[in-house]
Design a binder for this molecule. Structure first.
Ligand code: NAD
Length: 332
């Protein structure tokens, strides 16, 4: 049985991956550090490597992996913006991902972030623990009747839209590849991107990061938002220009920002830095705003999603070892 080297491996990764392999045990080698060109040599003897969102599988990394006999990069996530796919193809390295593990997990977290931020539940929780039962400055707004703009109506965006419909919000959406039947069924109205920005009280991002979508929300697009609009980003940090977002928060254009992802999250998110000095000035500044709520890329983090991620990743490694095709839709 082939060895597989798993990078950025946390205790929960080990638990779920080992459990998923069942009887067909994969001899996993778990590494807590990231893989990149500098650490690629640690994959020696492991033809399959298993990586996560902040591992940089760029050309240099792939060129270091290929001579070691690495033939498979199994991403245990959906997004693949961190992999140089043309370079992998050229070097004969297959790349797989887990395209959908639990879109509900991410959509529910996006809505949970908004509810927490808007109704200030995180602040109330801390207050009450200190026997401060005052309601001063905890006022929020009803989501019912507000306009929610969903950017990207793929698997996650559609579920988020449906949840917001359940709140009796008016839901509008933008996607270059719209799903008109779905929209009609749920009463969602498609519009173009500028119109979505102008009309939304809340904008929730559910599109992939690509060269075309980097800084989709920038100084210019943010300036088109309604004054006091809320932004939710559970997709990828680089969809938002952080500097422009900070300016808009300072001048009050943005009423609130809920983030599960951050432009420079690599090396910070998923890590316990509680004993250290945070070096990222913009992240430090963001954390000072009372109307900003940040979680550390945990939207996917449910039992159902971890089970599915481990199942698909393990199954693909075993299939590859046995010369069988990968699970449908998982090959990049
Ligand atoms: P999906 O592929 O099912 O849907 C993405 C949608 O975005 C598609 O309908 C596509 O047409 C649309 N799109 C592409 N470019 C667009 C643009 N410029 N403007 C508007 N829409 C555009 O993907 P999904 O499963 O719904 O996931 C969405 C994103 O969520 C992923 O790309 C990933 O980055 C992120 N994600 C985050 C977490 C987390 O834990 N925070 C977990 C999983 C996925």
């Amino acid at each position: 049985m082939i060895a597989a080297a798993c990078y950025d491996a946390k205790p929960y990764d080990r638990r779920y991956l080992q459990h998923a392999a069942g009887q067909q045990r994969i001899p996993w080698r778990f590494y807590e550090f990231h893989i990149g060109a500098a650490t690629a040599s640690t994959a020696r003897g492991a033809p399959a490597v298993c990586v996560f969102v902040n591992d940089q599988i760029d050309r240099a990394c792939l060129e270091a992996l290929a001579p070691l006999g690495v033939k498979l990069v199994a991403l245990r996530c959906a997004g693949f913006n961190n992999v140089d796919l043309p370079a992998a193809k050229l070097l004969g390295i297959a790349v797989t991902r887990v395209p959908a593990y639990s879109p509900h997990a991410v959509a529910e977290h996006a809505v949970g972030l908004l509810l927490t931020l808007n109704r200030k539940i995180h602040r109330a929780y801390n207050r009450v623990r200190e026997y401060n039962f005052s309601l001063n400055s905890l006022v929020g707004f009803d989501i019912a009747g507000k306009t929610v703009g969903i950017v990207g109506t793929g698997k996650i965006g559609r579920i988020a839209a449906q949840i917001f419909c359940g709140f009796e919000a008016r839901v509008i959406a933008y996607d270059p590849v719209p799903a008109p039947e779905w929209a009609q069924r749920h009463g969602v109205i498609y519009t173009d991107f500028p119109a979505l920005l102008a009309a939304s009280d809340i904008v929730s991002l559910h599109l992939p990061l690509s060269p075309q979508t980097v800084h989709l929300l920038n100084a210019q697009t943010i300036s088109r938002l309604k004054r006091g609009a809320f932004i939710i980003n559970t997709s990828r940090g680089k969809l938002i220009d952080t500097t422009a977002m900070l300016e808009a928060l300072k001048d009050g254009r943005l009423g609130g920002v809920a983030l599960d992802v951050y432009e420079e999250e690599e090396g910070v998110f998923f890590e316990d830095l509680s004993g250290e000095v945070l070096q990222d000035e913009e992240l430090s500044r963001l954390l000072t705003f009372p109307n900003v709520l940040i979680t550390s890329h945990q939207a996917f983090f449910t039992h159902e999603a971890l089970t599915e991620i481990a199942r698909v990743t393990t199954e693909n490694i075993l299939r590859w070892e046995n010369g069988q095709p990968f699970l449908p839709g998982t090959t990049l």
